[in-house]
Design a protein around this ligand. Structure first.
Ligand code: TYM
Length: 344
């Protein structure tokens, strides 16, 4: 067991910064739903404070937050069984985030590859928040004493940083207060790639909409994007070894496997030796049949924004009931005077 003495709890988050993609669905939300049904407490968050580390139009931010909430529920997250809320409604995240800014070392932050990828040569013009982002992410997880964090491959380094922050805090203050959360990265869909370039991650921020499948895409759009997806000229191989050096083929096979809940070799047993002109229509069919009910349910749910807001409000109350006592204890460990909060 990774964290003896700590009750198992799952936390994960997604930014409300645009469309939910097939990568988010297969790499994260589908796993969130499986874990909801595992009998452990599950806390899932729309991380709006993370989204604003880059510019967000205010009207779009609220629309995207409600749409993400609708996406969570349409994929099978149940607000009675999981805690669903948006981050900014629980102030403990930002407060613990600041404390962690004082625990994390600059050297650790400088090693975060996602910041380097996103900032590129423009680092000087990025917000301070974008740089400090992984320390807020550690606070998101640790303010619930969460032990398990389902994420895609690209978030592994950030979850590892939250282990380092927890360990340093515990060490500095001579306590065993924070667990060291483990990233849960399993299955064939931990890194779904762009449909235009098999070496680049499928991302909601890619300028080309053809590079990704959005959960809100209609059947025709999904089929067209898969038909136009970049491939090579060879037929599909008979075994997974034959996918080496063929990033686009490997990506489409992994997407099929994840959508069909089967192994990659199972997909190749069925399609090995066949050309993409046969495989792509089958892939489009399974993608449409999975995503169509989700997008229909999202449309229904976003039709009642008042109900979504009520659900997020209730989720935030439940989240705060866990987070506030943990934050209070953290301040007590730090030695700050909390005379206003004794009754909380
Ligand atoms: P975000 O919003 O970029 O992505 C949300 C989740 O989707 C996964 N994901 C993918 N998985 C497979 N293939 C892809 N192409 C793909 N693209 C995205 C991500 O790995 C992630 O699990 N920093 C986080 C949000 C966050 C968070 C947290 C996560 C904030 N606080 C605490 C876990 C715990 C992010 O930007 O994810």
């Amino acid at each position: 067991m990774d964290n003896p003495g700590f009750t198992e709890r799952v936390f994960s988050g997604i930014q409300p910064s645009g469309n939910l993609t097939l990568g988010n669905y297969l790499g994260a939300v589908k796993r969130f739903v499986e874990m909801q049904d595992d009998g452990i407490e599950t806390v899932y968050c729309m991380v709006d404070l993370h989204a604003i580390t880059v510019w967000q139009d205010p009207a779009e931010l609220s629309r995207n937050t409600r749409e993400l909430a609708a996406g969570f529920m349409a994929c099978g997250l149940d607000p009675d069984r999981s805690i669903l809320f948006n981050q900014s409604q629980v102030s403990a995240h930002a407060e613990l985030g600041w404390i962690f800014n004082c625990v994390a070392r600059l050297g650790w932050m400088n090693r975060m590859t996602q910041f380097k990828d996103r900032a590129g040569r423009n680092a000087e013009r990025m917000s301070l928040g974008l740089y400090a982002y992984p320390s807020l992410m550690a606070a998101d997880i640790l303010v619930y004493h969460a032990t398990h964090v389902p994420v895609g491959e690209d978030q592994k380094q950030h979850v590892e940083l939250s282990r380092d922050i927890a360990a340093k805090f515990n060490h500095d203050f001579g306590v065993t207060f924070f667990p060291e959360p483990v990233p849960v990265i399993e299955g064939s869909a931990t890194r779904i790639m762009s449909l235009r370039d098999g070496t680049k991650k499928m991302s909601k921020s890619d300028p080309s909409d053809m590079s990704r499948i959005n959960l809100t895409d209609d059947a025709d759009t999904i089929s067209r994007k898969i038909r136009k997806a970049r491939t090579d000229a060879l037929p599909l191989p008979d075994s997974t070894d034959g996918l080496d050096g063929r990033p686009e083929a490997g990506n489409l096979v992994r997407i099929f496997a994840a959508l069909g809940d089967m192994s990659e070799s199972g997909v190749l047993e069925q399609f090995g030796g066949q050309p993409f002109s046969k495989f792509k229509p089958a892939l489009a069919e399974i993608a449409v049949s999975t995503l169509k009910p989700i997008s229909a349910e999202m449309r229904r749910l976003t039709g009642d924004p008042g109900e979504i807001d009520a659900i997020l409000g209730r989720g935030a109350d439940r989240a705060a009931a866990i987070a506030n006592p943990i934050l209070d204890q953290t301040f007590e460990i730090l030695g700050t005077v909390r005379s206003r909060f004794r009754e909380r």
